[in-house]
Write a protein that binds this ligand. Structure first.
Ligand code: FES
Length: 161
């Protein structure tokens, strides 16, 4: 009788007990898996089509006379994680924008002498009147926060992207 090779002791595979997957089983598994993924994609697309955009809150920011002409005020809108800046030009007009630079998300600061919002990270600059990029790497405007005057108060009512 032939001696049992030593590697059989190190790798004790019992070929007769091993289970094989047939081609038919593999094809069935792939078909069911693909069908499941397609179904999940359709479900996500339907949720995206029927979902309402999140409502923006109406929030009092400050009394209008708290911001002097040429001044600015930092606030958060619509959530506590969204920094924004309200600016008042020399004529008394109010404009508000997201404070997050559209290039790489640094915080912009008000430069009243240039009527701009400057980003210190890469010398980007935006118009303090309409949020359009003026200089530097940003190519997209700052989202505008809609601000209305109710009596003597400034109230944020929405976002224009
Ligand atoms: S992050 Fe504002 S210019 Fe780059």
């Amino acid at each position: 009788m032939a001696e049992r090779p030593r590697w059989r002791e190190d790798f004790p595979v019992r070929w007769d007990e091993d289970t094989y997957m047939t081609r038919r089983e593999l094809a069935k598994f792939l078909t069911l898996g693909s069908g499941l993924l397609a179904g999940v994609n359709v479900l996500i697309a339907l949720i995206g089509l029927t979902g309402k955009p999140p409502a923006t809150p109406v929030r009092r920011l400050a009394a209008a006379d708290e911001v002097a002409p040429g001044g600015s005020l930092l606030f958060r809108y619509p959530t506590a994680d969204d920094p924004c800046i309200l600016v008042r030009d020399a004529s008394g007009r109010f404009d508000a924008f997201s404070q997050v630079c559209t290039h790489l998300s640094c915080a912009v600061v008000h430069r009243p002498e240039e009527q701009s919002l400057a980003c210190p990270c890469h010398k980007g600059s935006f118009s303090a009147r309409d949020g359009l990029p003026l200089a530097g790497p940003p190519t997209r405007r700052l989202p505008r926060i809609v601000v209305e005057q109710c009596g003597g108060d400034l109230v944020a009512t929405g976002i224009e992207v």
